[in-house]
Design a protein around this ligand. Structure first.
Ligand code: BTN
Length: 311
């Protein structure tokens, strides 16, 4: 009901009377008024005039009712330690696929290789629970699908050209817009869940902690509602993941966006650091690194640092 009220108010050119709203929604005027009161309490700027209601400002809020059809699968929090921890608990308790945990802030945001993910106000931080019918060694294909989904969405809906750094950072002009972290549990060979945690710099300034990062507001000069971004991502991503063949061509589709191929890179893993030229990504998502002696090393996990221009 709340999402429908917001949609009517957003689409209205003028004030909407209580009577119009109750007809549109098929509920009493008192019920409309109660929902308006709770939207106001949640932070939506709805002016109540003698003639009716008007939305004066749409705050950048994430609330379950902002995601019609997904209300029962999306858990929106103001502050958490890390959305990864909450999502892991939900996944172990058997939550449905595509359950999402969001947070406006994280006090213990986690990055790859044990790093901290600074989660300042205005960024989009969430974890999505997947239950793909995949053998464990192919579970990382899901993060390639997530990166590709963002690249397509940002290009199509906002005209932003994104480069994908192996395995799954989003770069804009070599600056980091987003990072992803995945956690997987399997029973024997088969995956029981893969949780993908995504941090996207939206209306925040990430450069305070990460000088080489960038946010969408810094790129476009305009604030973008995080709800619109997340809803657009979930629509596209769920469609792909629900398709039994959605991952068949994922690496081939990912490569045109790749910012890592044919350039010198340093790969850092928990154990070692290796330098070479990133030559290709195989069908399982592993990076094929050409070493100085011309041999090819297959890298399954690691963080990648771009060294210089393409070779
Ligand atoms: C990286 O680039 O190092 C990965 C960053 C992943 C950050 C996201 S924010 C939402 C989710 N919760 C976390 O604690 N981390 C991921």
């Amino acid at each position: 009901m709340k999402s429908r009220i917001l949609k009517f108010l957003q689409d209205a050119d003028d004030i909407l009377s209580g009577e119009q709203m109750s007809e549109l929604l098929g509920v009493s005027r008192v019920s409309v008024w109660k929902h308006i009161r709770s939207l106001q309490a949640a932070g939506y700027a709805i002016e109540a005039t003698p003639k009716g209601y008007r939305l004066t400002d749409l705050p950048d809020l994430l609330q379950p009712w902002g995601f019609p059809g997904r209300e029962n699968r999306i858990h929106c929090h103001a502050t958490v330690d890390s959305t990864m921890a909450l999502a892991r608990q939900l996944a172990r308790e058997g939550c449905p696929e595509f359950t999402v945990v969001t947070a406006d802030r994280q006090t213990g945001g986690r990055g790859r290789l044990g790093r901290v993910w600074h989660s300042s106000h205005g960024g989009l931080y969430f974890t999505i629970v997947l239950r793909p019918a995949l053998p464990a060694p192919l579970s990382s294909l899901t993060t390639f699908a997530a990166g590709l989904t963002w690249a397509c969405l940002l290009q199509e809906d906002y005209g932003i050209d994104v480069g994908l750094k192996w395995p799954n950072d989003l770069l804009v002009r070599e600056r980091k817009l987003s990072g992803m972290l995945s956690e997987m549990e399997a029973l024997g060979e088969l995956v029981t869940f893969v949780n993908i945690g995504i941090g996207l710099n939206v209306n925040n300034d990430p450069t305070v902690e990460e000088p080489n990062a960038v946010s969408l507001v810094q790129i476009t000069g305009k604030k973008i509602p995080r709800r619109d971004l997340l809803a657009g991502f979930l629509d596209r991503f769920e469609r792909r993941m629900a398709d039994p063949h959605g991952l068949d061509t994922i690496i081939a589709e990912w490569k045109p966006f790749a910012a890592t191929l044919n350039r010198p890179v340093k790969i850092v893993t928990i154990r070692e650091s290796i330098e070479g030229v990133a030559r290709d990504v195989d069908d399982s998502g592993a990076l094929l690194l050409e070493l100085t002696d011309g041999s090819i090393q297959r890298i399954i996990h690691g963080d990648c640092f771009h060294q210089a221009e393409a070779v």
